[in-house]
Write a protein that binds this ligand. Structure first.
Ligand SMILES: Nc1ncnc2c1ncn2[C@@H]1O[C@@H]2COP(=O)(O)O[C@H]2[C@H]1O
Length: 924
């Protein structure tokens, strides 16, 4: 007789009968009473499998961490307690707290007669030796039996069932079938294990350790110093390899400082789950201080030196089973946490006292708070509703399901459908409560940070909700239905249109159109520039036209670009977080009415550094690039230092402003479930931060007209943007301390670089209409985007280009007070260019931008009408940010009013403004 075993993989069901005979059955395949254990397959070796095990109670003990472990059967027949291996996961755990279905498991174990036998279903990494020790059977004494009835034909049997001798007492049977396993686990990785041996010299001990590793098929690398060890680890990290086991010679501090090495490794990124073993002198085990110091430094286990290969091999085997394998299992938690974090649904976990222990990204968005503002807070702080029912139900392990009102940071209350699931991680009382939020009716509109104007007609947000970023479906679904009319009515068209033709011909024409589009046939004359409006003509002409217009004019050999000064020193404020005013302001850093000028002021003209770090943090850029925060900080500081403070407009505040808009757009895209992946977000933010770096405060046309070396270098083509992109990479790659890309693998780096360059080049205004028209024709078309462009990647490129373009010139769509300040800054910069052109007798690129005569309102009206308006409508239709349109319209009306009132000069306009730094009037 024996146990019937599970019919399905990774699970077991038992129907153990009283008085079962000695038996070890695997997969329900009958073995004779003395049949040897069949070998475990790969899954069984490394996976977390459900085992059905019958055990004598007296051989079990409860470990201090709450798990039930085995009592070991020593070779001499005595028993010893199985210990809780490394305080992370119990050694030879039979039932660990997370794996028990309910508390009765433990009760059954602890209350039955001392020597009765229980059958437990345990999820773990058991091996034959563990099982043998559990049952007290040696390799010869075990025999396999299994019931024939338990397994379903056709299914792989992977559970291991054990039973004790027939003379054992009747069993207090606890039966568990596979359905009891409520939550499936993620199978851990099953890698080829690699060991790094750090031995000062290759003596006999080192040799034995090496042989023992090889005996267990470990791939061994031997190094002789701390530096070599760290270098090897660094290299392995960069090539996505890893060492699972590091064995350090700790016998003497003369050769190697094992404690220091262990501590350094433990603090190195990616090594929190690496198993570190110290080989110590036997004498160390007589007093504990040296060993404890090693363990405190992060060593998992200290083993005694030996020249006996068998002993060393057994020791290593134990380490493989009891530490490395559980570590592998634990590493899979990262996958679960990532899934949880990326979930669109709001998930929040509290402890039993309702203090928040975990919140995913969706929670941050819902509450409009950062993680560090959420974690550890009492739940009552974020709920308006009374939580006593939840507490009560939680205590009695009952789920709660009801409507509660949650309070966002701005005190706005939102009624939410909340489900609360209590979980007991240790013992029987719930230790944690899992909160899952829904909006009644399913809407997610609460996430919008600014009020939506009533007049903006919108399709339901549901219509554009997607599980992942899929530009094609966005275009074919929400965008097309809600805003197609608006988009297609834009005065932008492909050069050829299809009329009166068959569907096949139309498709062919579309293909041809796309081909033509890529040849850059969209031209600046797509919108006629009114000749009676000289300011608009000047500005728009200068922005949209390439250098040829001016190339025939006279030039000068002077250069305005300061060359040879590529290593500006960047000052990184030591304690960025220390300034509470900055921190408070940055809390709003994703709002469209964010006050960038105040940030400029309170950071002493380092807005890019502060805003940049905030954006990098909010969008997990450190993790995405696998880079230390300090490298990012240094990078931002250097990039910021290469923006020219003397420019009134193209300085680091503009870069920070564009980065802020980029962050706001990414958030809005995510809110509408058009999710960019993490690398897309990171590259977009990097491109935004660097897109105008080292801008000389003069236009490309000016550089061409003045024979500036950059214009010569880039043949008058896209001069500034080429320079911004090139210097970004020159600076970044030129100094390891700021190289934010250094940990990316080759392919990822290549792709990130190409995206960043493409985005920076897209900010060039001479191709403005080309980019806009492509965007509109792809995202506003009746035709599926896939038929218009070659790949999803191309569609995504069009979207990213438009994102940075809109961010770059979003100032006319900012709240009025900011819009006016930006207009002042750009006008001042244009005036300075005109001043210099006059002074140096260069062609005057925008004669109307003369400080003595210029009408600022007219220039802004022209800029909005010709450049901004269509683009904002197209972008708003795509991402649904009606506040862009609202602000733009208010600003436009204001410029019109100023124009009518004859308020023209900068001085007139500024006299009418409240000082910047106060909240704008049209932001809410
Ligand atoms: N408010 C504005 N008024 C006029 N021109 C602007 C305004 N904002 C941006 N621009 C121009 O648009 C250009 C976009 O690319 P750049 O940042 O290189 O340079 C910018 C300015 O020349």
């Amino acid at each position: 007789m024996g146990c019937s075993t599970s019919a399905l993989p990774n699970s077991a069901s038992t129907t153990a009968a009283p008085g079962v005979g000695v038996g070890v059955g695997i997969g329900g395949n009958g073995g004779g009473p003395n049949a040897p254990l069949p070998p475990l397959d790969a899954n069984e070796k490394d996976g977390s499998l459900l085992f059905c095990i019958k055990l004598r109670r007296s051989r079990m003990r409860r470990c201090s961490c709450g798990a039930v472990t085995l009592q070991q059967q020593n070779g001499d027949g005595s028993t010893g307690s199985a210990t809780c291996g490394d305080n992370i996961m119990c050694n030879q755990v039979l039932l660990n707290p997370q794996q028990t279905k309910n508390e009765s498991d433990y009760e059954k174990l602890s209350t039955g007669k001392k020597d009765s036998i229980v059958t437990v279903a345990a999820l773990g990494n058991f091996t034959h030796s563990v099982v043998r020790r559990a049952t007290g059977t040696g390799s010869t004494g075990t025999s396999g039996t299994s019931s024939s009835g338990g397994g379903r034909p056709g299914h792989r049997k992977s559970s291991l069932a054990l039973a004790l001798t027939p003379e054992d007492e009747p069993m207090d049977v606890y039966t568990r079938n596979l359905m009891d396993l409520k939550y499936p686990t993620v199978l851990p990785p099953n890698p080829q294990l690699k060991a790094l041996l750090v031995f000062h010299k290759s003596d006999s001990i080192c040799e034995v350790v090496t042989l023992a590793c090889q005996r267990h098929q470990l791939d061994v690398t031997l190094v002789k110093s701390k530096e070599e060890a760290l270098d090897t680890l660094q290299k392995s990290y960069a090539t996505a390899q890893c060492y699972h086991l590091i064995i350090i010679d700790a016998r003497s501090t003369k050769g190697l400082d094992a404690e220091h090495i262990a501590r350094t490794i433990r603090h190195t990124h990616g090594h929190h789950l690496t198993t570190i073993i110290a080989v110590c002198k036997k004498s160390f085990f007589e007093k504990d201080d040296a060993l404890i110091a090693l363990l405190d430094a992060g060593v998992n286990r200290c083993i005694a030196e030996t020249t006996n290969l068998a002993m060393c091999s057994v020791e290593l085997k134990q380490i493989l089973h009891s530490i490395i394998r559980p570590h592998n299992v634990m590493s899979t938690q990262q996958a679960l946490y990532t899934a949880l974090h990326r979930l669109k649904e709001v998930v929040l976990i509290t402890d039993d006292l309702l203090r928040i222990q975990y919140a995913n990204r969706a929670t941050e968005r819902l509450l409009n708070m950062r993680l560090d503002e959420i974690i550890s807070k009492p739940l009552a702080d974020i709920f308006v509703s009374d939580l006593s029912t939840i507490s009560e139900q939680g205590k009695s392990i009952k789920e709660f399901d009801g409507i509660l009102t949650v309070r966002r940071k701005n005190q706005e209350g939102i009624p939410m459908h909340v489900r609360v699931v209590p979980v007991a991680c240790i013992g029987s009382a719930p230790t944690h409560l899992i909160f899952n939020f829904d909006i009644p009716g399913g809407g997610m509109d609460f996430i919008a940070t600014l009020p939506q104007p009533k007049e903006a007609p919108r399709g339901s947000l549901h219509s554009v909700r997607r599980c992942s970023f899929d530009v094609r479906s966005i275009a074919s679904d929400g965008l097309r239905r809600t805003s197609l009319a608006k988009l297609t009515s834009l005065p932008l068209e492909a050069p050829i249109t299809k009329e009166n033709c068959s569907a096949d011909e139309a498709r062919l024409i579309d293909k041809v159109l796309e081909f033509l589009k890529r040849e850059g046939l969209y031209s600046p004359q797509m919108k006629e520039i009114r000749t009676d409006d000289p300011i608009a003509t000047d500005l728009i002409g200068a922005l949209l036209t390439g250098p040829s217009v001016y190339s025939s004019r006279r030039s000068s050999n002077d250069s305005i670009i300061r060359t040879g000064n590529s290593t500006r020193t960047a000052i990184v404020p030591a304690k960025m977080k220390a300034n509470p005013i900055v921190m408070e302001l940055l809390e709003e850093s994703l709002s469209w009415d964010f006050d960038i000028f105040k940030l400029e002021e309170i950071t002493d003209y380092h807005p890019l550094l502060y805003l940049g770090m905030e954006m990098f943090r909010r969008f997990d850029v450190f993790a995405t690039l696998n880079i230390d925060e300090n490298v990012c900080k240094a990078w931002l500081a250097v990039i910021e230092a290469h923006y020219h403070k003397s420019n009134t407009y193209h300085n680091s505040t503009h870069a920070a402003d564009v980065m802020q808009a980029t962050g706001a757009f990414i958030t809005q895209l995510t809110n509408r479930e058009m999710v960019m992946d993490r690398m897309d977000e990171a590259t977009a933010l990097i491109a935004a931060a660097a897109h105008d770096v080292d801008h000389p405060g003069r236009s490309s046309a000016f550089l061409s007209n003045s024979n500036n070396p950059l214009a010569i270098l880039y043949n008058d083509l896209t001069v500034l943007e080429n320079h911004h992109a090139a210097i970004t990479f020159k600076l970044t790659l030129g100094d390891d301390k700021i190289n934010i890309f250094k940990n990316l693998d080759k392919e990822t780096y290549k792709s990130a670089r190409s995206t960043i360059i493409d985005m920076i080049l897209a900010t060039e205004m001479t191709r403005h209409f080309e980019h806009l028209a492509k965007f509109v024709s792809v995202f506003g078309s009746e035709v599926e985007p896939r038929e218009l462009v070659q790949s999803e990647e191309e569609t995504s490129i069009l979207m990213r280009r438009m994102l940075i373009k809109v961010a770059d010139v979003s100032n006319p769509a900012r709240p009025m007070q900011y819009c006016i300040e930006w207009a002042r800054r750009i006008a001042e910069e244009y005036f300075m260019q005109t001043d210099e052109e006059k002074q140096r007798h260069l062609p005057i690129v925008m004669p109307m931008f003369d400080r003595a005569t210029c009408s600022i309102p007219k220039s802004q009206i022209g800029f909005i009408e010709y450049i901004i308006q269509d683009m904002m409508h197209a972008w708003d239709s795509f991402i649904d940010m009606p506040q862009l349109i609202t602000c733009m319209q208010i600003n436009y009306s204001q410029w019109k009013k100023y124009d009518e009132q004859g308020v023209n000069t900068l001085a007139d306009i500024m006299a009418k403004q409240p000082p910047v730094g106060n909240k704008p009037s049209n932001s809410k």
